[in-house]
Write a new protein. Structure first.
Length: 146
């Protein structure tokens, strides 16, 4: 049961309790960064599935953005690793650093949260999401817009 509770689920998170650092070194609160339908993606550069999902988001970013989705990527990787990944991604995606993923109860990655315009989690997803499946994306958007 311990294994399941720690590693096989996307835990509940409180966006107002997650303090991150932006690329300018300023402390920001996740809750303050949420606007509209926002995808919050916890990742690491050493994680193959994370990087594969990020490549898929990159290649479909224009269509996803046109549907009203915004993206925030959060990691505990070094600033150098974050800047290398960020340089290869569309400019609309925001990147943040936190001291430790485990401090916010993230033990498995990729872990993705979908926040609606009211800053409520409408969906949690552990592992890679099917960004190429338009029906799945539309179902996700419908849940976010309820």
């Amino acid at each position: 049961m311990f294994y399941y509770l720690r590693y096989k689920r996307a835990p509940n998170i409180a966006s107002e309790e997650i303090v991150m650092q932006n690329s300018a070194g300023q402390q920001v609160n996740l809750s303050d960064e949420l606007s509209g339908n926002t995808v919050v993606h916890f990742y690491a550069t050493w994680c193959g599935p994370c990087m594969a999902e990020m490549r898929t988001i990159k290649s479909h970013y224009a269509a996803l953005s046109a549907k009203g989705l915004q993206f925030i990527f959060i990691t505990d990787d070094t600033a150098d690793k974050i800047s290398r990944v960020q340089a290869d991604m569309p400019q609309g995606i925001r990147f943040y650093h936190i001291p430790s993923l485990k401090e916010v109860d993230i033990y498995s990655i990729p872990t993705t949260y979908f926040f609606n315009a009211n800053k409520h989690i409408t969906e949690k997803h552990l592992g890679g999401f099917a960004w190429t499946d338009e029906a799945e994306v539309d179902k996700l958007l419908a849940a976010m817009n309820r």
